[in-house]
Every structure is written in structure tokens, then in C-alpha cells.
Design a protein around this ligand. Structure first.
Ligand code: UD1
Ligand code: CA
Length: 469
């Protein structure tokens, strides 16, 4: 079925109501541009060709979606949604045997199942056009769907152009249409900008098809959320929240424990296995994955993280683009920066920052450390306050710490430097030279003890005072 469909996505509009310099379809919902959401739904149907009409900030939109197998057509100036469809006429005509899907670029909540049902109904009924509608308690500015007594669609009327009676209609146009191309082409050029906005409306095609003696049908979707068109930043935030809620519900249905769905934010590409636990006020973004038994949060933010089975990420951690293996423990208050790797059962404690650092199996950095560009062997112990000085103002240098090494508290490791396996570093050392395996290195001033010093000083002061008076 879908092999016989093509699609045109309308993404040229100015998005005036967003009050933003950025093109509307590039604004993100759940970290993904609005247009990307629509593309994902359409792509799932395998439509070809997939045409995007761009206009306002066309270069930016084309650049953001380059190399994705899309066909772009320009609409300049933007004279309305019907005018946008006219711009794609050549491509549409070249594949006239394929059913045409026309979709507003600002409906990020549309699901592929709904599109597929719309196409199926269209093909089953043999209508010239089939539109997606939904009943809304507050139909607001949406186009109203007017039906014939036999249930066919007679017209779509813009809220601004509707009579009082028409404005009472609660069934609205979702901005998603299917057309039979041979029926569409003859009426496409007959659109006229005779409305309050002075624009060419795609919705007027319904009336034109009816006048030409064609049938226009509709599919009413049960979930009003799907029709949510995003015109303002407030609607964008609402759509983003709904998308997140959907992903949270999917994960819970798959056995992921989410203690407080209301305060949990989960991106669309986040995955988790059954029995992973997400605690309240946690944000999971990008391609983050939680394995079974992993526990994350409360108050953690993870972006593009791989969390292994049974690993724990405790309160108030920020983790990015890194791997945490099975049974490892992170936090509270840890910061893991990109390209880090925490091996199985290793521990990263409070106020520890890792950057491009590998912490070996069972190794520990329990408190107050900065470990950057470091490779730390299995079972090594990194004392509180240890710092790798990986930057000399110009270049970054690596630190190697061997298996089972013991780095005492408050050690400064001036990179490049290598600490051998099983070596010991005394607390408070500044280490500038390599330390061989099994050695003890001390790099600090020797302690000096002066017995009776306090009493001596007191006596000296007393003498000085007596001499003055
Ligand atoms: C449109 C429908 C309305 C429907 C609503 C659903 C029309 C006339 N009205 O209204 O019936 O209820 O969607 O959300 O179609 N665009 C272009 N070129 C243009 C103008 C717009 O490509 O010249 C694109 C926009 O980028 C956007 C889409 O078309 O992605 C819809 O345009 P928008 O102005 O948001 O239409 P609505 O007023 O929401
Ligand atoms: Ca809109």
C-alpha cells in the first residue's frame, strides 16, 4: 500500500506566532526538530518521493536536513498552504499514480499508525481526498470541518472566515490530507485567495473537489493530542511534554520502573530494559540506554549514556556521552564528561569529575577529584582531592595509573605522567616524574617539628615589651 504513496510536507511558513527568529520547523520538541518528528512518522510508511516545501529560512531548513533523501522545493513568497502544495506540482504530477499525503510541518505528535489508517481508508473508499479530523472541546483557531448529511466532508472553513454557527463545530481539520493525484491536479490551480488572510488555502481544495463532483471523506482520530498543531512556544512546550509522556508510558508498559512520571523527562530515543529504575526528577536525553536493574536518580541528567546492568547513578549527577558498566556506582554529585568509561564495579563518588577518562574494573575515586585524559587500571584507589593536571595552557597530556596503584589524598599528577602497577603515592604529593611499579613516591616538603617553640616565642615577646617601657 505505502509503496504507492508520495508525500509533501509543508514547512515554508514564517511561524509568525512563535515570535522567534528561528524557522518554526527547526524548533525542538524533546530535543528533536519539529520537522524531524513529522519525517519519522511519514518515513515509517515508506513513502516516495518525500518532498518538503521550504521558504522562510529555507537555507537553514535544507542544511539541517541535507543528505536525508528529501526533495526540497522552494515557496517564495509564502502565499499560504495551498500555494505551498502548488509549488510541489511538478514532482506530484511525475508520480501521478501514487496517492499523495500532504502534511503540515508543525504536527509533531502525529503517529505513523494514524497516517497508515488514513491511507487505508482513502484507498478503501475510493474518495478523491480523505482528511484527518478530531473533535476538540476548544476548537480555537483550527479549521472547522463541515459535513454533508451523508457524512462526506463538504468544506473546511477557517475559524476567521466561519459564521457563528460554523464556529460552534467541534470537529477540526488536523492539517493532514490524502489526495488522489488525478483528481487533485485539475483543481489545484483553481485556488483563489478569497479569505480573511488573503492566502491560498489547501483546505479550499475540499470545496473545489466537491464542486467537481468528487467524494471527500474523513478519518476521525480518537486521540486529540495527535492533531496538536504547534504555532506558539507555549504549544511547543505542550507538545514536547506530551511526546515525553508518551515515551514514559511506553517504557513503563515495557517493565521499566518510573517512580514519578510527572517529574521524569525521557527523550524519544532513550531506551531501557525491564526492571531498570528511574527515580524522580530525572532527565534522560539522546541515545541513553539503561540496562536491567540500573537505578538512576533522583535529580540526575544523562545524555547519550550507556548504563550497565545493576549500575547506580545516585542523586544530582550530570553524565554525558560515556559508558558506565555493570554494578558501577556514580555519585551523588558526580560529573562525567564525554568519552569516559567506568568499568564494572568501579566507583565515582561525590564531587568527582571525569573527562575522557577510563576507570578500570573495581577502581575507586570516591571523593573530590578531577580526572581528565587519564587511564586508571583495575582496582586502583584514587584518594580524595586527587587532581590530574592535564593542561599546560597549550596542550592536553595523558595520565596513566597502573592496576592496583594507591594514590593518596590530595595528590597532584602533572601530566604526562605514568604511575606503575601497585605503586603508592604519598598524600599531598606533587608528582612530576614517572613512578615505577611497586614503588613509593613522595613529592612534598618534609615536615619540620620544633619542640617548645610556642613557649620560646612567648618569652621573646615578653622581653621585647620590657625593653620598650
Ligand atoms: C492550518 C489549516 C487549518 C488546520 C490547521 C491544523 C490552512 C489554511 N489551515 O492552519 O485548517 O486546522 O492547519 O494545524 O491550511 N505553510 C507553508 N507555506 C505557507 C503557509 C504555511 O509551507 O505559505 C506551512 C507552515 O510552515 C506549517 C503548515 O503549512 O507547517 C501550516 O501552516 P499554518 O500557518 O500553521 O496553518 P494554520 O493556521 O495552523
Ligand atoms: Ca499550524
Amino acid at each position: 500500500m505505502s509503496a504507492h504513496a508520495q508525500a509533501v510536507i509543508l514547512a515554508a511558513g514564517r511561524g509568525t506566532r512563535m515570535k522567534s527568529a528561528r524557522a518554526k520547523v527547526l524548533h525542538q520538541a524533546q530535543g528533536v526538530p519539529m520537522l524531524e518528528h513529522v519525517l519519522r512518522s511519514v518515513r515509517a510508511l515508506g513513502v516516495d518521493p518525500l518532498t518538503v516545501v521550504v521558504g522562510h529560512q529555507a537555507e537553514a531548513v535544507e542544511a539541517a536536513f541535507a543528505g536525508r533523501g528529501l526533495r526540497f522545493v522552494r515557496q517564495e513568497p509564502q502565499l499560504g498552504t495551498g500555494h505551498a502544495v502548488q509549488m510541489a506540482r511538478e514532482i506530484v504530477e511525475a508520480h501521478a499514480e501514487r496517492t499523495l499525503l500532504v502534511i503540515n510541518g508543525d504536527v509533531p505528535l502525529l503517529r505513523p499508525e494514524t497516517l497508515s489508517a488514513l491511507l487505508d481508508t482513502h484507498q478503501a473508499t475510493g474518495a478523491a481526498a480523505t482528511i484527518l479530523t478530531v473533535d476538540l472541546d476548544e476548537p480555537g483557531a483550527y479549521g472547522r470541518v463541515l459535513r454533508e448529511p451523508d457524512g462526506q466532508v463538504r468544506a473546511i472553513v477557517a475559524a476567521r472566515d466561519a459564521s457563528d454557527a460554523e464556529r460552534q463545530v467541534r470537529e477540526i481539520n488536523a492539517g493532514i490530507y490524502v489526495f488522489s493525484v488525478p483528481a487533485l491536479l485539475p483543481v489545484l490551480s483553481s485556488l483563489r485567495p478569497q479569505n480573511a488572510q488573503g492566502e491560498y488555502y489547501v483546505t479550499d481544495l475540499v470545496g473545489l473537489l466537491r464542486a467537481a463532483g468528487h467524494r471527500v471523506g474523513a478519518v476521525k482520530t480518537a486521540d486529540p493530542v495527535e492533531a496538536l498543531g504547534v504555532n506558539t512556544l507555549s504549544e511547543l512546550a505542550a507538545a514536547s511534554r506530551r511526546l515525553g509522556e508518551r515515551r514514559v508510558a511506553e517504557l513503563m508498559a515495557a517493565g521499566v520502573v518510573i517512580e514519578d512520571p510527572q517529574t521524569t523527562h525521557v527523550g524519544l530515543d532513550v531506551t531501557a530494559e525491564a526492571d531498570a529504575v528511574i527515580r524522580p526528577f530525572t532527565i534522560l536525553e539522546g541515545r541513553t540506554h539503561l540496562a536491567a536493574g540500573a537505578v538512576v536518580g533522583p535529580f540526575a541528567r544523562l545524555t547519550d549514556m550507556q548504563i550497565g546492568p545493576g549500575a547506580q547513578v545516585l542523586d544530582h549527577c550530570l553524565l554525558r556521552e560515556s559508558v558506565v558498566e555493570a554494578g558501577a556506582a556514580i555519585g551523588p554529585f558526580a560529573h562525567i564528561r564525554p568519552d569516559s568509561h567506568v568499568a564494572a564495579r568501579a566507583k565515582v563518588g561525590n564531587f568527582v569529575e571525569l573527562k575522557k577518562t577510563r576507570l578500570g574494573e573495581g577502581a575507586k575515586a570516591p571523593h573530590l577529584s578531577y580526572l581528565g585524559d587519564a587511564t586508571i587500571g583495575a582496582s586502583a584507589n584514587i584518594g580524595a582531592g586527587t587532581i590530574t593536571c592535564n593542561y599546560d595552557g597549550q596542550t592536553k597530556s595523558p595520565t596513566q595509573i597502573g592496576e592496583g596503584a594507591f594514590v593518596g589524598s590530595d595528590v597532584t599528577l602533572v601530566a604526562p605522567v605514568t604511575i606503575g602497577e601497585g605503586a603508592y603515592i604519598g598524600a599531598g604529593s606533587v608528582i612530576t616524574d614517572d613512578v615505577p611499579a611497586g614503588a613509593l613516591a613522595l613529592g612534598r616538603g618534609r615536615q619540620v617539628v620544633k619542640p617548645g617553640w610556642a613557649e620560646e616565642r612567648a618569652r621573646a615577646r615578653e622581653k621585647a615589651r620590657a625593653a620598650k617601657s
